[in-house]
Design a protein around this ligand. Structure first.
Ligand SMILES: [Zn+2]
Length: 151
């Protein structure tokens, strides 16, 4: 399965975040298994479905579909783009495009999203095990670059 193809054949359940009430997006168990620290991984229940909350004002990263469990950024091995405004936080986790690197690329001839797209099309991305949102980063990269250019 290609993690970066449109999600029309992957199951996208919408359930509200127990903290902010925003709509969570289902992530595969492999994403939690890859990115949670041992202390958090030790308590996940593989029978549960887990969802990602993308609200930047909400501290919850993952919650279980039955709301029995929640995980915060501190439970992950990596900083979470949506929850952390740091310059060194990746926007594209697979190919290590941090906010800082994207900022630097603007004004040069680099086109990060084109470079990333080439890798995606070549089947090199591993969003489901690298990116906390468990899905392709391109939307975030494009939005971030657009925001830089508008400033
Ligand atoms: Zn939330």
């Amino acid at each position: 399965m290609d993690c970066c193809t449109a999600s029309n054949n992957t199951k996208v359940a919408i359930t509200e975040c127990p903290s902010c009430g925003g709509k969570g997006k289902t992530v595969q168990l492999i994403t939690l298994k890859s990115l949670l620290k041992a202390s958090a991984l030790e308590i996940i229940e593989p029978v549960n479905s887990y969802l990602f909350c993308s609200d930047s004002a909400c501290s919850i990263v993952y919650f279980s579909g039955n709301h029995s469990q929640t995980f915060l950024e501190n439970d992950l091995k990596v900083p979470v783009y949506q929850k952390n405004q740091g310059a060194d936080v990746p926007v594209c986790y697979c190919f290590d495009w941090t906010r800082e690197r994207l900022l630097q690329s603007v004004g040069t001839n680099q086109k990060p999203s084109d470079q990333i797209k080439v890798h995606v099309q070549a089947g090199r991305c591993g969003c489901e095990v690298n990116n906390p949102q468990g899905a392709c980063c391109l939307g975030n990269v494009n939005a971030f670059v657009r925001d830089i250019k508008e400033v």
